[in-house]
Ligand binder design. Structure first.
Ligand code: HEC
Length: 473
């Protein structure tokens, strides 16, 4: 529907384009009057768009060929000029990011001039070499692909589902992962994938194998009675009357309500790979690796959204590239989070904080703020032991559609004893067009109609170095 509207309005603009082509070229010396796709535009698109706009990816069209791009010219001009494409939400005043997707003003002007002057193809001989992608994997050909253990069938109706699948990859030795990618099989239903490492040392709290189905249900009900959370179908939510702490940094419990979020259970598992729209793949510097201890299992956390009226199947997978050089530093993933907040109905700028104080010197590799549909803005700030403060990342207009990981150009070193504060702002008013229900007060929970406030980060330390390298390939 959206697409047909775009195509209709495009025709009008193509006609207008013919008339305005002569006047609108805002050439400033570096921009030709009539840029061509082959010579001027393809290099920009290959660099800034192909990551997502290529066959088999989530974006609606491919930028690899003129034929595929041409029908979208008008829309491209709009999105590029308004800077909604490529998606990038970090405030440029703070931090320097290796994966900064922003285009230069010259590139933006080039694209606008190209569309205004009729979006010409030019000489195909001028085309740069097509960027290479391996079987759809962004990280390159994986050394190992681990699919879900079974194809999952998702019913046609009902709320979102969280499903868990555990795979034993059979690692007999510690394995060092240089890059990891989670790849959705059925993009219509896969909302997100998080693959965790479940080391053999992480024992489940309860050995459920000894109990019958009825006994498990009874146990669960008993636990739920005393817990701040409850289950709704496959989803964990926070009880409305559980204790409330919005300013986690100011409270002794730090905005924590016991164990609420499975995704953050760091003692029990490290994040290995994730997928969500706009999320970058985990590609660390050579030598900076994630360790998967021998005997670990991989747990897929799958968040599925339903396609009304149609039963769907999915068998997503993760791909791993092992360390090719000697592993030097181990990456840890940590989420600074508050799960005790309550956002009042209608509140348009509700502030929630969470803090974490480093117990050793750390080097931050990236940040990935995570909120849901009412997320409005988020900031990471350091309070150094010497009293200085620094804003590390500011996302003034948070957008749930883009789960961006911001990779520091150079790992950010933070001394022991630094407090890192994550502040999130939520818009639960009618002004927020994504708001599922402004009349409801909202708490922490897994469904997208509940909220989250997690400041994810990857970091390395000086002490924790990789030792065993025998599992390298
Ligand atoms: C990180 C992934 C990503 C990058 C990089 C990216 N896009 Fe997109 N783009 C998407 C996705 C996903 C959509 C569809 C959802 C949406 O519209 O928000 C989209 C939508 C669009 C649309 C709107 C299509 C419509 O429905 O009208 C245009 C135009 C567009 N992109 C152009 C570009 C251009 C040009 C670039 C590079 C200069 C680019 N994008 C870079 C992921 C990306």
């Amino acid at each position: 529907m959206k697409r047909s509207i775009t195509i209709l309005s495009l025709t009008a603009v193509m006609i207008a384009g013919i008339f305005f082509a002569q006047q609108t070229s805002n050439a400033n010396g570096t921009i030709p009057k009539q840029p061509t796709f082959a010579k001027d535009i393809a290099p920009i698109f290959y660099k800034s768009c192909a990551e997502c706009h290529r066959p088999g990816e989530g974006a609606p069209f491919s930028v690899l060929s003129y034929k595929d791009v041409r029908p979208w010219a008008k829309s491209i001009k709009e999105k590029v000029a308004l800077k909604t494409m490529p998606p990038w939400h970090a405030d440029p005043h703070f931090g320097e990011w290796a994966n900064d997707r922003r285009m230069t003003q010259t590139e933006i002007d080039m694209v606008v001039t190209w569309v205004n002057s009729g979006a010409k193809e030019g000489d195909p001989k001028d085309m740069p070499p097509t960027p290479k992608f391996t079987n759809g994997w962004t990280i390159g050909t994986p050394d190992l692909v681990i699919p879900m253990p079974e194809t999952f069938t998702l019913e046609a109706s009902g709320p979102d589902e969280y499903q868990y699948f555990t795979v034993d990859p059979g690692f007999k030795e510690d394995v060092y992962v240089q890059s990891a990618e989670a790849r959705p099989d059925n993009r219509k239903i896969v909302h997100h994938i998080i693959a965790f490492i479940q080391p053999p040392s992480s024992k489940p709290k309860y050995d459920l194998s000894k109990y019958s189905k009825e006994e498990i249900e009874k146990l669960r009900a008993q636990m739920e009675k005393n817990s701040p959370t409850y289950r709704e179908g496959f989803l964990i939510r926070t009880k409305m009357d559980a204790p409330v702490t919005d300013d986690g940094c100011a409270s002794p419990a730090g905005g924590k309500l016991g164990r609420v979020d499975r995704g953050q259970d760091m003692e029990n598992g490290q994040l290995l790979a994730g997928y969500a729209p706009g999320m970058n793949q985990a590609i660390w510097e050579p030598g900076t690796v994630k360790k998967v201890p021998a005997g670990s299992k991989i747990v897929f956390q799958m968040h599925y959204s339903k396609v009304a009226g149609s039963v769907q199947k999915d068998c997503s997978s993760i791909g791993l590239i092992f360390a090719k050089t000697e592993p030097k530093k181990l990456v840890r993933t940590f989420g600074i989070s508050n799960n005790a907040f309550l956002i009042p109905a209608g509140a348009n700028n509700h502030r929630v904080t969470a803090c974490w104080t480093t117990k050793e010197d750390i080097h931050i590799v990236n940040f990935m703020p995570h909120m849901h549909l009412r997320g409005k803005a988020v900031e990471y700030k350091a309070f150094y032991p010497d009293g200085k403060t620094e804003i590390l990342l500011n996302v003034p207009e948070y957008d749930f559609s883009w789960q961006t990981a911001y990779y520091f150009k150079q790992a950010k070193s933070i001394p022991k004893g630094t407090k890192i504060m994550v502040t999130g702002y939520f818009d639960n008013s009618t002004k927020n067009k994504f708001n599922p229900d402004p009349a409801k007060q909202v708490r922490y929970g897994e469904p997208t109609y509940d909220e989250m406030m997690i400041g994810w980060m990857d970091y390395t330390t000086d002490n924790e170095r990789a030792k065993n390298t025998t599992a390298m390939k």
